[in-house]
Design a protein around this ligand. Structure first.
Ligand code: ZN
Length: 187
């Protein structure tokens, strides 16, 4: 299955010439929520990640809120294990109250999109601090490329490279292409 095609069909991946909220220009715009709002698509993506993650034999899934919650839940469903999440409290990612990880429990960290890997690393730390053993990390989209690495096996369903440019050095602007803002209906 071509997962990026699913993203394109749901407008979760727009390709063109965009001005992001940061003011930077990019040739693409990624929004996992556009895809994950459809429960059947979330289930499809979750099952695909679970299929690849099964070899590390996770016994629980942990995701960072909010972006990772839906896909983490679907991966856990497909694996037949619990779905936990960590949330930001006082600026620190913390295991949600009511959730526990047993000593040595095999944790799979699941996210929707990995860019620098910072959020995944933080979630790995939460799992480790809670007593778990992190056996892998998984994401629907890796947009950080080769630069993203973890100390555990890393699974991504798709790779997306979306370089950003200052408007003054944007090659698409230089080529005379009109810029649009993602999400605007005129885009
Ligand atoms: Zn531009």
């Amino acid at each position: 299955m071509d997962f990026l095609d699913l993203f394109r069909r749901c407008e979760g991946l727009l390709e063109g010439h965009f001005e992001l909220s940061s003011g930077l220009h990019s040739s693409g715009y990624l929004q996992c929520a556009r895809v994950l709002q459809h429960p059947d698509h979330a289930a499809t993506l979750g099952a695909a990640l679970a299929e690849q993650a099964a070899r590390v034999e996770p016994s629980v899934v942990l995701s960072p809120a909010l972006g990772g919650v839906v896909i983490g839940h679907e991966v856990a469903r497909a694996l037949g294990v619990r779905a936990l999440f960590a949330e930001r409290r006082d600026g620190r990612l913390t295991l949600r109250r009511g959730f526990e990880i047993a000593p040595g429990e095999r944790v799979l960290v699941v996210e929707d999109v990995v860019t620098t890997g910072g959020s995944t690393r933080e979630t790995i730390d939460v799992a480790t601090a809670a007593g778990g053993t992190v056996v892998g990390a998984a994401t629907i989209i890796n947009r950080g490329g080769e630069a993203v690495g973890f100390d555990v096996p890393f699974i991504a369903l798709a790779q997306v490279s979306l370089p950003t440019y200052e408007s003054s050095s944007c090659p698409m602007c230089a080529a005379g292409s009109a810029v649009s803002k993602p999400g605007s209906r005129t885009a």
